[in-house]
Design a protein around this ligand. Structure first.
Ligand code: C5P
Length: 438
């Protein structure tokens, strides 16, 4: 980031203290940083601290005579290579989405044509509120880049998405953004809008319309992604069911990562204890047959990722009433084969998503079995993982995966499921692009 100029807008949230560390990290990468603090931000950090760390006076007031004489708000909006908003509070996002300009930060954000990266941070319920999600969608459509928020413990002793991305992640995202922006040149941000209005355009056309400057930012912009996640529950009687230990963490993380990458995501989820991911249309189902129906209803899709641990069998004789113990003989449990959702969709001649991804949970000969599955189910890529009990993968936080195609195998180091999801989504963006160009 040698010589690049970043205007850092610090919003009024508890995460503002991390923005001081962000200043340090940006400067370590040889960027210069100028700060604007909103009135709210000044409850958490002082202009003095931001100024001392950035080495330049921090700006706070739209009508400050000294500020205007010094640089002026319009010049502030121009004299940089990119703007980073961290923390981007719900209020600041709302103002940006509606075009409000009632203080220095919002006026500068409205008066600029520079690339903007926001790092949202707020309470989980505020993040999940439809109003915030609407604002987020508007901001993405306006070409604004987003990093985070992450899942995690929050100041209010709650857990979930809303925690600001770490300073190092924000610095990485800013560096990525700037690497695509030539010095002193304003990027065209209207391409994303064109992509949106072409709803009926072909997969290839939509990919071509997706902004080319968003490698790692919105690589799936303009694409429809379908994800299945979680286990299925197959009823034995009204109170008992057959299930498995899938938590849905991997599938949900993939849906969230695809949404963060700009895709329009539908998540079809079996019963899980996880919240619906932000920015994703989530359809909750119980059984494999309901999952298949929901998947079919969600088509067409450009990329379909089948991460659910679907029960292979259901009871053939589901009882209408609770089964009674009566005597020593257990009730007979007959099983019937469930539909294979992945194979059903991948075998379609009409409306098959161009990129179909399956998962293979194996306990031995992981790659070999994955390859056989790839051929049998006719998918384009299998994400194979070792779920032998010693690995703790099933229901755990981490995953070790192999990406298996008809003629390649790629083994990734063990990492947490969120990281697997982000890497997988980035890889699918590349594959989709290659497919569209072939
Ligand atoms: O055959 P197996 O269950 O190992 O295949 C795993 C892959 O197939 C996963 O992608 C899973 O989501 C999908 N699958 C499915 N419907 C089934 C069984 C598996 O979609 N009934």
């Amino acid at each position: 980031m040698q010589g690049r100029r970043i205007l850092l807008v610090i919003g009024g949230g508890i995460a503002a203290y991390k923005s001081l560390d962000l200043i340090r990290r940006l400067r370590q990468r040889n960027a210069s940083v100028r700060c604007i603090l909103t009135a709210g931000a000044q409850h958490f950090v002082t202009p003095l601290a931001a100024g001392a760390l950035s080495g330049q006076r921090a700006h706070t007031d739209l009508f400050d005579g000294e500020d205007e004489a010094d640089i002026g708000h319009i010049k502030l909006a121009r004299d940089a290579d990119a703007i980073v908003v961290a923390p981007a509070t719900a209020n600041l996002m709302s103002k940006m989405a509606s075009g409000a300009a009632d203080d220095l930060a919002s006026t500068v954000l409205l008066a600029t044509a520079l690339p903007i990266l926001i790092a949202p941070a707020m309470n989980v319920r505020m993040w999940q509120h439809p109003a915030t999600q609407r604002n987020l969608a508007t901001l993405r459509d306006d070409g604004i880049h987003v990093v985070g928020p992450n899942d995690g413990a929050m100041a209010e002793a709650e857990f979930g998405p809303g925690r600001m991305a770490e300073p190092i992640e924000i610095a990485d995202a800013a560096a990525k953004l700037l690497s695509d922006v030539p010095h002193a040149e304003v990027p065209e941000r209207s391409v994303g809008l064109q992509a949106r209005t072409q709803g009926a355009a072909s997969f290839e056309a939509r990919l071509r319309l997706a902004p080319q400057d968003e490698e790692g930012g919105s690589p799936l912009k303009g694409l429809r992604v379908l994800v299945t996640s979680g286990p299925t529950h197959e009823p034995i009687d009204p109170v008992r069911y057959i299930a498995n230990r899938s938590s849905g963490r991997q599938g949900h993380a993939i849906a969230a990562a695809a949404a963060a990458a700009g895709a329009e995501v539908t998540l079809v989820s079996g019963p899980v204890a996880l919240p619906d991911p932000a920015g994703v249309r989530t359809v909750r189902v119980e059984t494999a047959r309901e999952m298949l129906a929901a998947v079919e209803a969600a088509l067409p899709a450009d990329i379909a990722i089948f991460a659910a641990a679907v029960a292979d069998w259901r009871t053939a004789n589901e009882a209408g009433q609770k089964l009674k113990k009566g005597g020593n003989v257990p009730p007979p449990l007959q099983l019937a084969l469930n539909p294979d959702i992945l194979a059903t969709i991948a075998h379609r001649t009409d409306g098959r998503p161009p990129l179909v991804v399956g998962f293979a949970a194996e306990t031995e000969n992981v790659v070999e079995h994955a390859r056989q599955k790839l051929a049998r189910k006719r998918c384009d890529l299998i994400v194979a993982n070792d779920v032998s009990p010693a690995t703790g993968v099933m229901g755990g936080e981490q995953n070790t995966v192999h990406l298996v195609t008809a003629d390649t195998v790629e083994t990734w180091p063990t990492m947490d499921k969120g990281e697997v999801a982000r890497k997988l989504v980035a890889r699918l963006g590349e594959l989709a692009k290659a497919q569209a160009n072939s």
